[in-house]
Design a protein around this ligand. Structure first.
Ligand SMILES: NC(=O)c1ccc[n+]([C@@H]2O[C@H](COP(=O)([O-])OP(=O)(O)OC[C@H]3O[C@@H](n4cnc5c(N)ncnc54)[C@H](O)[C@@H]3O)[C@@H](O)[C@H]2O)c1
Length: 289
């Protein structure tokens, strides 16, 4: 009978970058050495706005060097210029574009030689053809008005982008690391349009499964599932739709980007060193499961 092996699996060498790391000069990294992320190299997608920008600001304050990624390169660049310390860079591209992301992570490797933390934050809550406007105009339920292409595009951005960026990021995490995925109460409890809730639910499943694979490499992966947070994304939603959610929230307000950045900081740092495959939902008490 085959013996069950209970010892720790070896690091899977196929995941580890085989290129020689370039020499990193002092001015290429954030030299702050007193923070909770001192010396860490971080990539944040969707860093040009809202939660991504707040996470970049907080991480840089804590000593991280940040690769700011966004579909809108100029917004990523604006964020990188707001950050404390040196060495931050901006990258463009769509997270659902595999070739663009493979190329971006190669550039990150060329610039920094490794990656310690990956934050998969980029996302949208609406897309052309998703039936939102028609539903708001009273033409019927969104599921009946949504095109298949819009549904699949939402999955491609959130679940596909999270998969592609995680796969490429962990290749650069030689000595272990932390991956953070951005889910939502939409993925936990269906508070959101059907394509968005489906995509966020997929991110939760991805996070659980990836944790089982990546643990042997010393890489942790956890999801944040925010409630309603005050960002440009929610500012574009009719207040009449958000007000009832706020009323049902025990803390009786929207959350702030800074509160989500603090949650991300906990998951990125060694403070959460025994936490993987989990989700944490800063939502003011709206959902308590
Ligand atoms: N704000 C909330 O209440 C809330 C709640 C739960 C989850 N979230 C999630 O948090 C994340 C950030 O949301 P936010 O509120 O900061 O939104 P935001 O619109 O302010 O910022 C999103 C950023 O992602 C970028 N982006 C969009 N599609 C992209 C793509 N395909 N590739 C690369 N970049 C892309 C945008 O250009 C933008 O800069 C999203 O994943 C969102 O679903 C937000």
């Amino acid at each position: 009978m085959a013996r069950l092996r209970l010892d720790r699996p070896r690091r899977d060498r196929r995941w580890v970058a085989v290129l020689r790391a370039p020499a990193i000069r002092d001015e290429q990294v954030n030299r702050r050495d007193d923070g909770r992320l001192a010396g860490k190299i971080v990539c944040i997608t969707g860093a040009g706005s809202g939660l991504g920008r707040a996470i970049a600001l907080r991480f840089a304050e804590e000593g991280a060097t940040v690769a700011c990624q966004d579909l809108r390169l100029e917004a990523a660049d604006e964020t990188s210029k707001l950050l404390d310390g040196d060495g931050h860079r901006a990258y463009g591209g769509d997270v659902s574009d595999e070739a663009a992301m493979v190329s971006m992570f190669a550039q990150i490797y060329g610039a920094y030689g490794r990656l310690d933390v990956q934050v998969n934050n980029a996302g949208v809550d609406r897309l052309p053809g998703d039936g939102w406007d028609e539903m708001m105009a009273g033409e019927g339920s969104q599921i009946s008005l949504m095109g298949h292409a819009a549904f699949m595009k939402m999955l491609a951005i959130h679940a596909g982008g999270t998969f592609i960026c995680t796969r490429e990021a962990v290749k650069l995490m030689g000595e272990g690391g932390s991956v953070i995925t951005m889910a939502s109460i939409a993925g936990l409890a269906g508070w959101g349009p059907i394509h968005y809730s489906s995509a966020k639910g997929a991110i939760l499943g991805f996070t659980r499964s990836a944790a089982r694979e990546l643990g042997a490499m010393g890489i942790r992966i956890n999801a944040i599932a925010p409630g309603v947070i005050d960002t440009p994304m929610t500012a574009a939603v009719d207040e009449a739709l958000l007000a009832p959610m706020e009323m049902m929230t025990p803390l009786n307000r929207k959350g702030t980007s800074e509160e989500i950045a603090d949650t991300a900081l906990h998951l990125a740092s060694d403070e959460s060193s025994f936490t993987t495959g989990q989700w944490i939902s800063p939502n003011g008490g709206l959902i308590t499961i």
